[in-house]
Write a protein of this length. Sequence first.
Length: 241
Amino acid sequence: MTNASEVVIWSADVDEDTLDRVLVKDLPLRLVKLDRVFLTRGGLAWISEVQDRGFKVFADAKIDEIPDKSFELAKEHLAYRPWMLNCMAAICSTGFAVHDDMKKIDGLKRFADACHNAGTKPCAVTVKTSKTPEMVAHEYNGQTPIEQVLIYVEMLHEFGFTDVVCSPEEVPAIRAESRFDHLDINTPGIRLPGSDARDQARVNTPFAAIAAGATRLVIGSDLTNGVLTDNFQKISDNLNQ
């Protein structure tokens, strides 16, 4: 049996009042994702506010800046001690994990170290789930999503990340490499059977993603739309079909 409370991250793409109402309900949710839009509008203090209510917060900041600025943005978020914080894997810079000159250490390595020092799980988004294979090939010199994700995952493994974000389609390729066994895989693009893919291009069901080796499922609209408790049960049923 897969315990949905341990693997489902609710992507709380709602306004502050709605989030406040949801969190006081007796729901089986334990993991909540607050994205950049929400935290920009409401403030980073919401990370502490939600965690103080007994939830773990995945701060989906998608930090994407030059190394110095990425490091400073990470520190701003880490002051509120989120359970997990992410950046874009594309902030990779020099490739150096160790260097006498701090400025020459890779941006990903500096981000991961800052997270570890704060007791936060360092996570990185590889290739956005909203991108089609054609768009990925255009942006990454002919690479397929799987090929590009594996390039990023190799760096994340080297620089001490605990978590990656990728679509369900790339999960089997990561799990095929034993050296990546320590990495937790968080997968957006999760849809119940029959649901519209909407703004996601590479999707799969909760059951298929977990069966392929995903650690956690990031679910927004298929959990939020309608009654949260009913939809959570549907997701739990699919996980244990």
